[in-house]
Design a protein around this ligand. Sequence first.
Ligand code: THU
Length: 144
Amino acid sequence: MMKRLDKAERVALWQAARQAREYSYCPYSGFAVGAALLCEEGTVVTGCNIENAAFGPTICAERTAVVKAVSEGRRSFRAIAIVGGPADGELTECYPCGVCRQVLSEFVLPDRFEVICGSAEEDLKSLTIEELLPHSFALRPEKE
Ligand code: THU
């Protein structure tokens, strides 16, 4: 079983996600999300949601972080923290959408990657991708 992040590591990653949320571009939904992706070697890659007038091209904070990391040669990930809520309001408990769960599952082992969610640093939830996306689709089921 994987070694989970300790509390201080979780809080630090969550704070990085909260900071990244400041850059959210969400004029249509008014819902701002930030994500912080912890790479295996310790680098943190952040992302925010970026909306578009045509709606379809909108990208979530989690996928922004993943595409930034992969496009810079990083593909081994330990955890992601997600912070979201109305741009001008309180944070809410925000879990990754189905598309982001699928994209994350492409690059991680389902029981070895932590998703950290919560609206306050004293109350963070940690779930694995296996818990968030059971029986997921893969073309490489033997992926190691
Ligand atoms: N959003 C994210 O960035 N991540 C999620 O996990 C859920 C939704 C964004 C997409 C859109 O810009 C806004 O939140 C409202 O759906």
